[in-house]
Ligand binder design. Structure first.
Ligand SMILES: Cc1cc2nc3c(=O)[nH]c(=O)nc-3n(C[C@H](O)[C@H](O)[C@H](O)COP(=O)(O)OP(=O)(O)OC[C@H]3O[C@@H](n4cnc5c(N)ncnc54)[C@H](O)[C@@H]3O)c2cc1C
Length: 396
């Protein structure tokens, strides 16, 4: 039983069903059509699609291809990551609405006879038998339902009920930022393949969604009320300071309703498992949007889970030490990325102005001087540390 139909839950569900394990995924929403989830499909994920024989069909879905990441640092354009040398079939990040990706996985998973997806099923509690997690209680359109299972995979994201009810200890790593999330239309004359506009601690992110940009504007944590007090014109001019070419459309943000606040968290469970329960993805480790790697990590957890457990689950329930294998495999890549995110938020992107002028900081300067260095962020973002490959069995 999998709680949560996000990237981690749907990929784990797909792979376990592909191996012939009986799987039911419970998703609390009626569909996958929600905004603000991140739309990046990384080269490592595209490689997984290739390994599953789904890549050609997947790439027929509408998407944009980002082959290099350019940032504008205090007005200077700097290429920061170059994906052209990655050892993968696709040397780009595909930008695709996450609902298309999740629908794609769901449609393919439904072809396996052992797969079931239940929308509008919200996990509200865990069921225990002798201190072992033995299933979940779910709120459904037909009322409450107890579902028993050999294993509950908690893939219910960063506000997970599964790890809360299982009393798993969460370590928080303070993040000094939040993000305002909004839409602005796109024009043909806009700068190409530019993702981030940095200015002395401030950051504006533009995600290309074809005819519009998904816009992220980093603010100091808890600072939204203050921003609202200053009024919309002041916010417009803060955004234009970083992206002046948006002047002709900034008026589209004419109402606070069009601006959503997303609180950023970085945390990690000390133990990802207990008897009968395994937590993966943002449930086990909430990620900041910095670097846009959370979806990738969540998917890699799902692949590792299937690699390590699918064959066993087909025969019998997994033991606690087998569940802990997943944490042992995935914890250090997670720690590494989270440490980098904490560093970025403490010292580079704080949401507060930390200077003036058009000086180019040392790090981006290095990317200009030594182009081969752009391969490092390309690997970290595009593949992540310890990329997983599909080794779980496939039923004929
Ligand atoms: C502002 C912001 C922007 C981001 N942008 C990016 C980006 O561009 N690229 C990137 O890689 N990462 C990004 N991230 C991080 C990324 O969103 C997460 O790391 C990733 O979605 C984790 O996937 P997941 O499957 O573990 O969890 P989620 O995507 O959170 O999925 C959890 C699923 O479980 C469901 N659920 C929750 N509770 C229950 C319940 N009780 N019962 C049943 N279902 C439940 C939810 O509806 C959801 O569908 C961003 C994060 C933030 C905050």
């Amino acid at each position: 039983m999998i709680a949560g139909g996000g990237p981690a839950g749907m990929m784990a569900g797909y792979l376990l069903a592909r191996a012939g394990v009986d799987v039911i995924v419970l998703e609390k929403h009626a569909d996958f059509f929600r905004d603000f989830r991140g739309d990046t499909i990384h080269p490592s994920t595209l490689e997984l699609m290739h390994e599953l024989g789904l890549l050609d069909e997947f790439l027929k879905l509408p998407h944009q291809e980002l082959r290099e990441i350019r940032g504008i640092f205090n007005g200077h354009p700097v290429p920061m990551a170059d994906f052209s040398r990655l050892p993968t079939h696709c040397k780009f990040i595909a930008f695709m609405p996450q609902w298309d990706f999740l629908n794609f996985l769901a449609d393919h998973a439904k072809r396996f006879p052992t797969f079931a997806l239940r929308m509008k099923h919200e996990v509200v509690d865990l069921l225990f038998e002798n201190d072992r997690v033995a299933g979940v209680r779910a709120k459904t359109p037909e009322g409450e339902l107890d579902i028993h299972a050999d294993l509950v995979i908690g893939a219910d994201g960063r506000h997970a009920i599964t790890h809360t009810r299982a009393n798993l200890e969460l370590q928080e790593f303070g993040v000094p930022i939040d993000v305002l999330w909004m839409r602005l239309s796109k024009r043909a004359s806009d700068p190409p393949q530019t993702l981030g506009f940095f200015q002395h601690g401030k950051l504006l992110v533009l995600l290309d969604r074809g005819d519009y940009f998904q816009v992220g504007f980093v603010i100091p944590k808890g600072g939204f009320d203050e921003i609202k007090k200053r009024g919309l014109p002041a916010l417009h001019s803060d955004i234009l300071e970083l992206g002046p070419f948006l002047q002709d459309r900034i008026g589209e943000l004419c109402d606070w309703e069009k601006i959503k606040l997303l609180t950023v968290q970085i945390n990690r469970l000390r133990h990802w498992a207990r008897e009968g329960l395994l937590c993966i993805g943002d449930n086990a480790h909430a990620m900041s949007p910095a670097g846009g790697v959370g979806i990738n990590l969540a998917l890699q957890d799902a692949v590792a889970t299937a690699n390590l457990l699918a064959a066993k689950l087909k025969e019998r329930p997994a033991t606690l030490s087998e569940l802990e294998e997943v944490q042992r495999r995935r914890e250090w890549p997670t720690r590494l990325i989270q440490r980098m995110q904490v560093f970025i938020h403490r010292y580079m992107v704080t949401g507060r102005s930390s200077g003036a002028g058009d000086t180019l900081p040392l790090l981006p300067r290095l990317f200009l001087w030594f182009p081969f260095l752009r391969g490092i962020p390309a690997r970290l973002i595009g593949l992540g540390p310890r990329p997983e490959h599909i080794h779980s069995p496939e039923m004929p």
